[in-house]
Design a protein around this ligand. Structure first.
Ligand SMILES: Nc1ncnc2c1ncn2[C@@H]1O[C@H](COP(=O)(O)OP(=O)(O)O)[C@@H](O)[C@H]1O
Ligand SMILES: [Mg+2]
Length: 437
């Protein structure tokens, strides 16, 4: 198995009931879940996926769709009816119980929804519990647990008992216990579902931070779509025991595999999931700074646009020029677009849409999407932003490139260009339209 794959599931089935093997075989031959329901409950049907090392992989589905059964097969708590599971290089579906215990200690730990803390032990002792089971000496145990307790934000609470803590803090202890084991893979089954919304959001943010810091592979189960979208690098959507789609949050939002997924994602908070990169348009109204005002004006006339983006070498984003300013330059015989450059705020491609609304309204110009080296990647006109937020398909193919209507008519521009034809030579003639470089 590839080193960068932490967990692999291949054709996994789990059937509860009288004749599990027979049910699994008939399902694999094409029978439906209902057709075989008299013989057993098919909790997981033909699940195959790979989780990359360091990824947060979310399994999402309604209650009863098979999520818990699936995740429990990944650490051997539930034995599959058929199929294989490989965890950090070990195929756990054909090893002894003793070997399986070792894999669990070394490679996979689990955080449950109802924290499962030991009531008479302190926070620190609870965090160290897994190490105690592994037979690690008390001093090392305490030191390791202490580090993790601090990491999850419980410094100062080491000696408290679980009942002295809020639900959110208890779940931090649950998380600490799983982290203390220092396994590569963390399985989390509805770990935040019992928490109040605000605490829950806080825990989600902390989990993302911890993941970035510790580089764990996390398989996170939830029935909450917004949680899935916030946490998941990739999401597997389950329905009636089957995985119906695996993809990034954006894939799932913008390209749902079927009507079921589409309906499921209808209510998602798109503004927080979709990013600038996923909605931007190619910056078609774009000129090179060296090509000069006459060329800029001609471009605006041809595209019927009241402003254009100006780029430097290697498509470095420099700013925007408006038609009136360019017209003034042309009439005055000036040649440097830099003198009239406006610099509306540029946004990075990973900015969520919710953070684009204000800049978009403030600038009155389409937003420039610019990467970390300053290169212009694309543009987001306000209509595009609104359409994406409202999940409204844009009906026209060509979107106005600059929203504020031009005060200059094509005739004004053509006249200005003709009257000042003598200046033509002063500026270059490079004229770029369309396409991403
Ligand atoms: N131990 C079990 N015995 C019989 N049926 C079970 C068992 N565990 C789960 N199931 C059934 O399998 C299906 C999937 O359950 P589960 O994996 O718990 O779903 P989820 O976690 O998505 O709510 C359900 O129909 C459930 O009733
Ligand atoms: Mg469950």
């Amino acid at each position: 198995m590839n080193e960068s794959i932490a967990v692999q599931a291949k054709n996994l089935y789990k059937v509860f009931g009288k004749k599990p093997k027979e049910v699994a075989r008939r399902l694999s031959e094409g029978a439906s879940r209902d057709e075989v329901s008299a013989l057993g409950t098919a909790a997981v049907i033909d699940a195959s996926f790979e989780v990359k090392t360091g990824e947060i992989f979310v399994v999402m589905g309604l209650s009863g769709s098979g999520k818990s059964t699936l995740i429990r097969m990944l650490n051997g708590l539930v034995e599959p009816t058929s199929g294989t599971v490989t965890v950090v290089g070990t195929t756990i579906t054909d090893i002894s119980q003793a070997e399986l215990r070792r894999v669990r200690q070394k490679s996979v730990s689990m955080v449950f929804q109802h924290f499962a803390l030991l009531p008479h032990r302190t926070v620190l002792e609870n965090a160290a519990f897994g190490l105690e089971v592994q037979g690690i000496a008390p001093v090392e145990r305490r030191a390791r647990a202490q580090r993790v307790v601090e990491l999850v934000g419980l410094a100062g609470w080491e000696d408290k008992l679980p009942r002295q803590l809020s639900g959110g803090m208890q779940q931090r202890v649950g998380l600490a216990r799983a982290l203390t084991a220092e396994t590569d893979v963390l399985l989390m089954d509805e770990a935040f579902s019992a928490l109040d919304p605000l605490i829950r959001r806080e825990m989600q943010e902390q989990l993302v931070e911890l993941q970035a810091e510790l580089g764990k592979t996390i398989i996170f189960i939830t029935h909450d779509l917004n949680e899935a979208m916030f946490l998941g690098d990739r999401i597997a959507v389950m329905r009636d025991g089957r995985i119906v789609q695996v993809g990034s949050p954006e894939d799932i939002l913008t390209d749902p595999a079927n009507d079921y997924v589409a309906q499921f994602v209808q209510d998602v908070d798109r503004a927080r999931v979709l990013t600038a990169a996923s909605v931007m348009e190619p910056a078609s109204a774009e000129v090179s700074v060296t090509s000069g005002p006459r060329n800029a004006l001609r471009t605006m006339r041809d595209l019927q646009s009241s402003a254009v983006f100006v780029v430097g070498r290697g498509r470095q984003y420099l700013g925007v020029v408006r038609d009136r300013d360019v017209m003034r330059q042309v009439k005055a015989g000036e040649t440097d677009l830099r003198d009239i450059l406006r610099k509306p705020q540029a946004v990075s491609p990973d900015t969520p849409l919710v953070d684009l609304v204000e800049p978009s309204i403030e600038s009155g110009l389409p937003l420039a999407v610019v990467n970390e080296t300053g290169k212009l990647l694309g543009t987001i006109p306000r209509v595009t932003l609104l359409a994406a937020l409202g999940n409204v398909p844009l009906t026209t193919q060509s979107i106005p490139i600059m929203e504020s209507p031009s005060r200059l008519t094509r005739r004004d521009i053509s006249e200005a260009l003709t009257e000042t034809v003598g200046y033509e030579a002063a500026a270059g003639t490079e004229h770029r339209t369309g396409g991403r470089a």
